[in-house]
Design a protein around this ligand. Structure first.
Ligand SMILES: C[S@@+](CC[C@H](N)C(=O)[O-])C[C@H]1O[C@@H](n2cnc3c(N)ncnc32)[C@H](O)[C@@H]1O
Length: 371
């Protein structure tokens, strides 16, 4: 008997499926009261029917989100202290993330000048459709005439927010040239991404799915672009920040269980190989000439960066039986951050000192926009 020909399987489908995991975890943490995010339900299909995730996942999602939020707020605060005319954020492998909408309705909305998201075209097509379907999401992008959808339906552009479908493993000289073109939503000829505006790169659980060579090329592309020479001797030093959140230390017994569990879902983690320890993580940025880089595990962050009031509040949300397992899981995820600054120029803000130890002011300071 003839077997029907097998459908060719898409080896990237399982990597893209990790976006649903992240979005469902965020939705669950919101529904259980860990996080406040009124936008997540617009980006998760049939959000009201989704079952909650276990407490362990909710706590991990909470720690990761709150700490990355603190880093992003701290970066925006530094832009404000410097009196810069804006701040650009790029989220690579953004998936169904809602950070843009949370920032657009938060205290730093005027400091944020561009927010650019990149992911596989299959994911950005879904996100484009979800945004256009939701009044809550689309109304925050601008007036209807200011929002343009790509002809292919894989991306969307507005005065601040841009969404592009790309495979980040391909040579950045080809895929990232979209950032050097002027935005279709403006009349100016300046590139979408300006090297003269402080820029923060977010890699939230994405580089781990790529080879170390592909992620190094990606980070180096940004460093090269921000290092490019120009004739403006009066300009302020260029600054580039990076945040990576992902698994690490996967060579120990618990790490091997994590790797094997993912293997059964066809997901491999080539990007974790160069980072077997906490000490190895800052290399992610230092190898590209970043001036400073630090890393902390989610376990350390939960123990010392949340504050007792918050810890007490979240401890009352759900019963947690798996305390030891929680510690083990949190010990295998880390947030790494780093800052790159060109030249030795003096700045008002201490960019190299940016990190999770700084206190973040509740409100932006007035900027003199003297860039
Ligand atoms: C675990 S999800 C995280 C999504 C989002 N950053 C978050 O934290 O909620 C990983 C995302 O990275 C994207 N991704 C992985 N490899 C990629 C690649 N080579 N090019 C573009 N996107 C990629 C996936 O499609 C997915 O949306």
């Amino acid at each position: 008997m003839f077997r029907p020909p097998r459908e060719p399987t898409d080896p990237d489908a399982s990597i893209r499926a990790t976006d649903s995991d992240a979005a469902l975890a965020r939705l669950s943490a919101v529904q259980k009261g860990y996080l406040v995010d009124p936008f997540v339900r617009h980006l998760v299909p049939r959000a009201h029917l989704q079952p909650p995730r276990p407490p362990l996942i909710n706590i991990g999602t909470y720690v990761r989100t709150v700490c990355i939020d603190k880093l992003v707020d701290g970066w925006l605060q530094k832009c404000s202290i410097e009196g810069r005319s804006g701040c650009q954020i790029l989220s690579l492998g953004a998936g169904s993330d809602t950070r843009f909408w949370r920032l657009a309705t938060g205290p730093w909305k005027d400091t944020l000048s561009k927010y650019i998201e990149l992911d596989f075209p299959e994911i950005t097509t879904k996100k484009t459709m979800a945004i256009t379907k939701s009044r809550e999401l689309s109304s925050l992008l601008g007036k209807p005439g200011e929002v343009q959808i790509d002809k292919s339906g894989t991306g969307l552009h507005s005065p601040k927010y841009h969404l592009f479908g790309v495979d980040l493993r391909l040579p950045p000289a080809d895929t990232l040239s979209i950032l050097l073109a002027s935005p279709s939503t403006s009349d100016s000829t300046t590139p979408l991404l300006s090297p003269d505006v402080p820029t923060l790169l977010l890699f939230e659980c994405v580089l781990v799915y790529m080879t170390p060579e592909a992620s190094a090329q990606l980070v180096q592309w940004f460093v090269d672009y921000f290092s490019s020479t120009d004739n403006n001797t009066n300009r302020k030093p260029r600054v580039l920040g990076g945040i990576v959140y992902e698994m690490f230390g996967l060579n120990d017994p618990f790490g091997r269980v994590m790797v094997n569990n993912l293997k059964t879902r066809n997901v491999s983690l080539p990007g974790a190989e160069p980072y077997p320890t906490m000490q190895s993580l800052p290399k992610r940025f230092l190898q590209h000439g970043f001036r400073a880089s630090h890393a902390l595990s989610l376990r350390e962050l939960r123990a010392s960066h949340l504050g007792t009031t918050e810890l007490e509040r979240i401890s009352k949300l759900e019963m947690l039986d798996e305390v030891e397992e929680l510690e083990l899981v949190l010990e295998h995820y880390a947030i790494t951050w780093g800052a790159w600054i060109d030249g030795t120029g003096e700045t008002k803000a201490d960019w190299a000192g940016w990190g999770l130890n700084q206190a973040v002011a509740a409100q932006p300071v007035d900027s003199d926009t003297s860039e």
